[in-house]
Design a protein around this ligand. Sequence first.
Ligand code: PMT
Length: 413
Amino acid sequence: MTARLQMSADTSKKCVVLGVTGGIAAYKACEILRLLQKRGIDVYVVMTRNACSFVAPLTFETLSGHPVAVDTFERPATWEVEHIALAKRADLFLIAPATANILAKMACGIADDMLSTTVLATRAPVMVAPAMNTGMWDNSATQQNLRTLQARGVHVVAPANGRLACGDSGAGKLEDVCVIVDRAMEVLCEQQDMKGLRVMVTAGPTREPLDPVRYISNRSSGKMGYAIAAAAQRRGAEVTLLTGPVSLDAPAGVKTIPFTTTQDLLDRALEHAADQDILIQAAAPADYRAKTIADQKIKKQSGAELVFEMVENPDVAATLGRDKRPDQLFIGFAAETQHVQENAQGKLIKKNLDMIVANDVTAPGAGFDVDTNIVTIISREEIRQLPLMSKADVADRILDEALILKQKLAVRS
Ligand code: PMT
């Protein structure tokens, strides 16, 4: 079924690898292919075996002008080369229609056919346009898989409501093909304005042990830092994410390095800071740690007070700020509960930052463990207050400001 892929296409054109899975909407993928071609896009098609029951690969081969990839195992001598070549060739990997099955495989990293193998291998942005029965769409497993994929940066074109082929009515109908193609073009044309920049982001809490089973920590979920890492990666930066213990999936294409304590974070940060163009410290490191860590689990002593002596932790931001190069841009956060602007400005100076993002962590919808934030971006020259917005949007606004400041630094240094 799979002919050898011809990779001799016009390389000046953007390339979409179009994944087609087995659903009644598979025929609409022909129209998507045509619309993409009209916009000057070169399209390669990868089909699942089930998709071939709905539309013959020959249809896609004829429309695309390229062989269609279906089976990884038919020609064992070449399949590995083919799926990697396709994965590398993609400027965007679009799966439309995407069944519940492919979403589940992607969420789990399963690679058991040509499509799932190729999408796992790609570093290109990935977009899915699901189409399925309403019950399957509503199923919490499918919704959980979608959330997992979205958290990894996969773009989702949600299905429309309507009458489905199975006779049911509700959500699950493949979104209008023009809408899918418009969204694909938006991602393809998205500005890669951070290409060539190396960005280190820190995220999440630290844990300072008290004994083998207990620790002191805080409410940071890592969402703010992860959103910044994902946005910088999407905009073309090479991103290193230092992460505390959180329950988030690492954004695709980001190098992730774990830390536990504040000292640990400092050690990891010092290993990597010198290579970076931009440092963004969104983590919430503990300012204090226990003076001594008990070797054994501390036993309950009824009626007696338990007192821990705490000692000061190193200030990671202040250490990095002291040693930073003049061309490096350093951004910190300030988690405040009062005198937000004033306290943040103090930290900007004390830690030798170029910019600080202040959040009032007591405001509803802001700060710890929520998907939104309300921030004030403070540089040495400007103060910009932003309204309540998603952490993803806050991340982009921080990066917009960072690029302006970085240019100014480049001129001065
Ligand atoms: O993770 P989320 O749930 O999404 O929540 C996001 C957030 C509230 C954690 C984030 O928006 C935020 O405000 N991060 C900074 C938390 C913090 O430690 O703030 P601070 O004001 O105590 O510290 C000021 C700056 O110094 C911060 O950049 C901090 O990372 C850094 N710091 C603090 C202490 C320390 N020992 N070393 C440091 O480097």
